[in-house]
Design a protein around this ligand. Structure first.
Ligand SMILES: *Cc1c(COP(=O)(O)O)cnc(C)c1O
Length: 410
């Protein structure tokens, strides 16, 4: 297999514009939090076109942590989190000393629904952290109604949700206490590492701005460049080191301008996949609600248990054909830390557990060529078709079988 014919699971889409913006920052004499971060925050507010504050941070994990801290969530409080997510969603709850309470997700969409929140709600519940899994919005009106009825706050993990809409409204513009986006290397827009905390609550934003930079009352750039430039500053809390650099913000400014065009390309790929797999023994991901936007951060195919080929065999067969796949997610209740610390039992999370056994994420990113998309489709079809064929000669007809293999295309 030639190196250049490998189709990676994910690769960032970095344009020359971003390279130029970064070079400019590097030559400017100011490389950490400064004018580019302010500009990126302003661009993010413009993207959302809503009366919200945007606080740039160095990861979504940092943003989620800052949101819970600013909301005063801590020891004695419970925060409900879906098991079908990345570990960071739950880790930040532990970081503030609160208790993560784990909920199952809907069988079809793999997101937290009101019924799953209801099942684990207690008198100590303070917050809900829905995750817009793969880039498909949760049913936010139902979650918001439940939150209002029980005096809970919502902190949206929107790591996959740029751009995603819910009933026509962009994620980030809803009435949640905070919404946090990720710009990690494989996310829908990237700054290498980075995140954005969005909130309509001024005081929350102010606290997050302080706590992202050591609990200092003014940010570093203002201290050196404000009109009344001064060496004086005050530490008002034991803060964190969660600020975004101007180098990262420069990448983000360029990326954000292309967020919609990159989504359009991913949506095209998703549509091609779903059409091409319609006759196979697989389940394609749920489409967004009518009229809504799915970011298509992930395209998660399901290979039903008891079907012709297992998920693990499938991933190995794709790898053999030079195509990288992934799995989203190994549910939190199956990771030793969460399982053992909170005595989690897989039978309480049947939808996520079943999904985990079946799920595989296919490559889907804006830089994928038409040839690469064709090759993924042909490979998925070949692997499933060859597995369906009865094995006349007693040899396994499973994925590694070379007949039906698609030749590598440069
Ligand atoms: C990527 C991701 C995070 C963490 O984002 P970082 O920017 O890497 O901290 C959190 N939650 C979900 C669902 C993610 O996919």
């Amino acid at each position: 297999m030639r190196e250049d014919s490998y189709i990676p699971f994910s690769t960032p889409d970095i344009a020359e514009a971003e390279v130029a913006l970064v070079s400019e920052v590097l030559r400017s004499g100011w490389i950490t939090t400064g004018p580019r971060v302010k500009e990126f925050e302003a661009a993010f507010r413009a993207y959302l076109d809503a009366d919200v504050e945007a606080v740039a941070v160095n990861s979504a994990t940092a943003g989620l942590h800052l949101a819970l801290e600013a909301l005063g969530i801590g020891p004695g409080d419970e925060v409900i989190v879906p098991v079908h997510t990345f570990t960071a969603t739950a880790a930040v709850i532990a970081h503030v000393g609160a208790r993560p309470v784990f909920a199952d997700v809907s069988a079809e969409t793999l997101v937290l629904d009101a019924e799953h929140v209801h099942a684990v709600l207690t008198g100590r519940t303070r917050a809900i952290m829905p995750v817009h899994f793969a880039g498909r919005a949760c049913d936010m009106p139902a979650l918001a109604a439940l939150a209002a009825a029980h005096d809970l706050v919502i902190v949206e993990d929107a790591a996959h949700a740029l751009p995603t809409t819910c009933n026509g409204a962009l994620i980030g513009t809803l009435d949640s206490a905070a919404t946090v986006f990720s710009f990690y290397a494989n996310k829908t827009i990237t700054t290498g590492e980075g995140g954005m905390l969005v909130t309509g609550r001024r005081l929350l934003a102010e606290r997050a701005r302080q706590m992202r930079l050591h609990g200092i009352s003014r940010d570093v750039f203002d201290r050196y460049h404000a009109r009344n430039s001064s060496w004086y500053y005050e530490v008002v809390a034991a803060g964190f080191k969660y600020n975004m650099t101007d180098v990262a913000a420069a990448i983000g400014i360029g990326q954000l301008q292309r967020a919609w065009s990159m989504q359009k390309r991913r949506a095209e790929i998703a549509q091609r996949y779903s059409e091409a797999f319609a006759d196979l023994e697989v389940r394609c991901p749920a489409d967004p609600a009518p009229g809504d936007v799915h970011s298509w951060h992930l395209y998660c195919l399901r290979l039903p248990a008891g079907g012709p080929v297992s998920r693990d065999e499938f991933v190995a067969a794709m790898q053999e054909r030079g195509i990288g796949c992934s799995v989203h997610y190994i549910p939190l209740h199956l990771h030793p830390h969460w399982r053992d610390t909170y005595a989690l039992d897989a039978t309480n999370y049947p939808n996520s557990t079943r999904a985990f056994a079946e799920l595989v994420s296919l490559p889907i990113y804006s830089r994928m060529t038409a040839t690469a998309v064709d090759r993924v489709i042909a490979s998925v079809r070949a692997i499933l078709k060859s597995a369906q064929r009865p094995a006349h000669d007693g040899r396994s007809a499973l994925p590694g079988a070379r007949d039906g293999a698609v030749p590598a295309v440069a």
